[in-house]
Design a protein around this ligand. Sequence first.
Ligand SMILES: [Zn+2]
Length: 362
Amino acid sequence: MAAENLAQGPCDIRVTLLGTGVPTPVMERFGPSTLVEAGGEILLFDAGRGVLQRLFQLQTPLKAVRSVFLTHLHSDHVVGIPVLWLTRWLVGRPEVPLRVWGPLGTKALMAHLEQAYQGDIRIRRDEEGLPPQGVIVVVEEITEGVVYEHNGVKVTAFEVDHYPIQPAFGYRIDYAGRSVVLSGDTRFNENLIRFAQGVDVLVHEVIAADLQRARASDPERAERVLMCTGKVYYDLLPEAEKLGAQRPAIIRLEQLYTFPWGELRQVLPRYRRAKELVWVQEEPLNMGAWRYLEAKLRELVSELESEGHSMAIRYVGRPERASPAEGYPAAHAAEQSRIIREALEFKGASSAPATMTKAGQG
Ligand SMILES: [Zn+2]
């Protein structure tokens, strides 16, 4: 995503998303990093891949970047640190250290980076005359609470749930009656809700986690792959679990636009035994995502076909309708359970074109 300003004004906090990507290396989204500017302070939260290019794009003077706050130490959030730290020194020639706040482990991370680059640092400092202060890193390992207060800008760290990464932090930045909360990587978390009370802007991490979950399930065994988006996933999941070893794989697409070609091209071939790809939706044929997705899914399947793996495609959902609702709650429930039932039934490996299944009563 291109750098994007969420808020700006003469006395406000300015937030720029420098990177919103996941570990997959794509050109459109660099790694996680957010720039917060307020009261003359330039604060960087996380330093993922591409952070330096984004700062350059914004024409942020590297010399002025002095404060980096880390939400947690997953590599995609910190892998930009060495390039930021050393290029800041080389190009910006700062005479003050870089300050880094982060969870337990941040000191070790930075000490090891210094060790890794000691040859380069020594030459540039001793032979090329770069200011020795500028390469020093001052690290503070934090716990929940106010971690920074300067020029009226207050940064508060709070714990979030990113198990098994512990601790992982979100940050709240307050300035002149305005506030921003950065969730960091988290799942549903009461502490985030507490710290985000009354906030002007909440930047919340979201990931296509279900592609990841699909990856984690046992792809070798699944004979069918169900794909869906949204709430129907939670209807399918418990029913699918009841099938035990016959359980189909379920991939929930969180992101439809832009279509996750790269991730699906990685994930689908792993279901070597799968004979069927079923798109499941609650919406009528003319309203859900199927019309948008059909050609794309067919393209993915024909790519697999060319590698000797044939998979049929099936659509399960409501038939074409003038309105998305069934009208009567009982009819809606019956139709919903039909969709779940049909999605979980194996129809054989016929490569018949996807046809909408017949509607139940309602
Ligand atoms: Zn993470």
